[in-house]
Design a protein around this ligand. Structure first.
Ligand code: CP
Ligand code: NVA
Length: 323
């Protein structure tokens, strides 16, 4: 308890959740603690307090989704609120109607907007022009909801995150890799990107993160990994480049040989899903079966999307403080 006269330092509230880098370490940890609290409440009592009763979230999807769509919708329901799914055909973001106009219209109907977009500029415009919180549900640049979940999952599994060596292998330039790098920096993890030239993160982006980052195209970069992470080689919207990406990245598959090469039989294996099994990851590793399969966290990650996103919703739409 603070003594009389002692100032309590509050963690500043977030206006939006657009990327990881714009959060302070304290805000990031605040969301992790809130996610843990909401998960424990749900597991212990079978329910969450209806802190979002009467609140609505509009969800704009320009791309397909399973996890993001269902976990946000169920998250709103668990917290007593309501979610509306708006497809790109209905909304026509930037085509039928501009992002600034959509933001101003939706702000009169709902209490928050979650958007999955092709062009990151559109989530920024929704946040700038609307008067309700905006959540980035994946853009060409970043996937912050996924990164929050992934760190939450590692924290839950391993306890201590400081100094943990996380190796991201494959397309190290994509949205998931970018947000993971940023998140790793927030919690003191050691980040390695193992990817060929052309699939490595932008050095300017690395310079902005607080992370200890090494980038290499050498597969020896996986040696000593505590965590091996991968994602699809062809992200949504890049389908025309699929054959070239497969040819360029085929040596960077997570398979039994690569897991053995980490020299860590218990290496945690992560993937945001959906997986292109047989491309970036083999079935045995994804399912965690057989010798040299490591410890697959794929479905723990997927399930934790629900809890991590409830924390974002509870804070942004429900005003629950971060500490
Ligand atoms: N990981 C993830 O965002 O999954 P969806 O594309 O199914 O939402
Ligand atoms: N990098 C992938 C992530 C999917 C959740 C994509 O953008 O398609």
């Amino acid at each position: 308890m603070p003594s009389a006269g002692q100032k309590i330092t509050e963690i500043p509230a977030l206006a939006h959740f657009l990327d990881i880098q714009s959060l302070t370490n304290e805000q990031f940890w605040g969301l992790l603690h809130l996610a843990r609290q909401l998960k424990e409440e749900r597991l212990r009592t079978g329910r969450n307090a209806p802190i979002l009763a009467g609140k609505a979230l509009a969800m704009i999807f320009e791309k397909p989704s399973l996890r993001t769509r269902v976990s946000f919708e169920m998250g709103m329901q668990h917290l007593g609120g309501h979610a509306l799914h708006l497809s790109s055909v209905e909304v026509g973001l930037g085509k039928r109607e501009s992002a600034p106009d959509i933001a101003r219209v939706l702000s009169g109907y709902v209490d928050g907007i979650m958007a999955r977009v092709f062009d990151h500029k559109h989530v920024l415009e929704l946040a700038e022009w609307g008067s309700v919180p905006v959540i980035n549900g994946l853009s060409d640049l970043s996937h912050p909801c996924q990164a929050l979940t992934d760190i939450f999952t590692l924290w839950e599994q391993l306890g201590n995150l400081t100094g943990l060596t996380v190796v991201y292998i494959g397309d190290g330039s994509n949205n998931v890799a970018t947000s993971l790098l940023e998140a790793g920096g927030k919690v003191g993890m050691v980040m390695r990107i193992v990817a060929p030239v052309g699939y490595q993160p932008d050095p300017a982006l690395i310079a902005q993160t607080d992370a200890d980052v090494t980038v290499t195209d050498d597969l020896d970069g996986v040696i000593g990994a505590d965590v091996l992470y991968t994602d699809v080689w062809t992200s949504m919207g890049q389908e025309a480049q699929h054959a070239r990406h497969v040819a360029d990245l085929s040596a960077y598959q997570i398979n039994a040989q690569l897991v053995a090469h980490t020299r860590n039989h218990d290496v945690k294996v992560m993937h945001c899903l959906p997986a292109h099994r047989g491309e970036e990851i083999t079935d045995d590793i994804a399912d965690g079966v057989g010798a040299n399969s490591g410890d697959s966290l794929l479905f723990a990650q997927a399930h934790n999307r629900l809890h991590a996103q409830k924390a974002i919703l509870a804070h942004l739409l429900g005003g629950v403080p971060l500490g």
